[in-house]
Design a protein around this ligand. Structure first.
Ligand code: FE2
Length: 293
């Protein structure tokens, strides 16, 4: 489905923008289902917050760690690898512990196996068009490991620091590829994606690994993250698919605007590359990672 020029651009820049990949109807169906799941989340049971700071354990002030709370949150996070779990925005609660906005406007994201466990997400995540696209991008035998519905809520949508997705899906050689669907228009105001043109050729800086119930982010290369002057804002219309390579540095800013910036992502590797046993998401023989068809 891609032209030779598009394939060349993807390899030169590390990413490719495909406007109009999904129809308005497809977006609406997915969004409604995501909001339905968010509405069903019980915050009295799970108040796990997602922030990129939490994944960098050195950022946690030891004085503020309640071991029981951290254990429960960590357990919820680990279970989400093969489940459908809601994570709250860091700014979801006021000082008294009450939600600042409605429940569906407080969820940061839903993860991480929507594509396999929810029929609506399954339909959106698969099909001939995506299967052909994956082949054109160089994935001979695609395996979808992770899905996330990201809300980037109005006014409180948290930022996501610079990172490389290959940190979370190590394979030898590196094949992880991200499929990032804009469910809403993504703009500078509501926290669009930022990428570093050609940054996919830079070294992998960090690895996120799991050993038992412990997850760790470890620095493996001290190459600095790009300056803002080296970053490109990827402002796109709803329905656009952005594909990018595993070592492409990317981030997104806070959403302080009144408009939500919903997005849906899939993280995919090629089964011909060796998937590391230290990756936090693992599948078993009775729940294998499938491709796009
Ligand atoms: Fe990412």
């Amino acid at each position: 489905m891609l032209t030779q020029q598009q394939i060349q651009d993807y390899h030169a820049n590390g990413y490719l923008v495909l406007p109009g990949f999904k129809s308005a109807d497809e977006l609406a169906v997915l969004k409604n289902r995501a909001i339905e799941i968010a509405n069903g989340h019980d915050i009295n049971i799970h108040k796990t917050i997602f922030s990129t700071g939490e994944q960098r354990q050195e950022n946690i002030d030891p004085e503020h760690i309640d071991p029981e709370h951290i254990d429960a949150e960590q357990g919820y996070f680990l279970n989400s690898a093969n489940g459908i779990c809601c994570f709250l925005e860091e700014k979801a609660f006021d000082k008294a512990g009450a939600l600042v906005q409605s429940l569906p406007q407080s969820i940061n994201k839903i993860g991480h196996a929507l594509h396999d466990l929810d029929p609506v997400f399954d339909t959106f995540s698969r099909g001939d068009k995506l299967a052909q696209l994956a082949k054109d991008l160089g994935l001979n035998d695609a395996q979808i490991w992770q899905s996330m519905y990201i809300f980037k809520q109005p006014r409180i949508g948290g930022k996501v620091d610079w990172h490389q997705d290959a940190s979370f899906f190590q394979t030898d050689p590196i094949t992880v590829t991200t499929f990032w669907f804009a469910i809403d228009d993504a703009t500078l105001e509501n926290g669009c994606l930022w990428v570093q043109d050609g940054g996919h050729n830079s070294p992998l800086r960090e690895v996120f690994t799991r050993d038992g119930d412990v997850t760790t982010m470890t620095s493996i290369d001290d190459t600095p993250w790009p300056e803002i002057s080296e970053a490109r804002a990827v402002e796109v219309k709803a329905g656009t698919l952005v594909c990018f390579q595993g070592r492409l540095p990317h981030y997104s800013a806070e959403n302080l605007s009144d408009k939500a910036r919903h997005a849906y992502t899939l993280h995919v590797t090629d089964s011909t590359s060796k998937y590391a046993p230290e990756n936090w998401i693992q599948r078993s023989a009775d729940f294998p990672a499938h491709g796009f068809s």
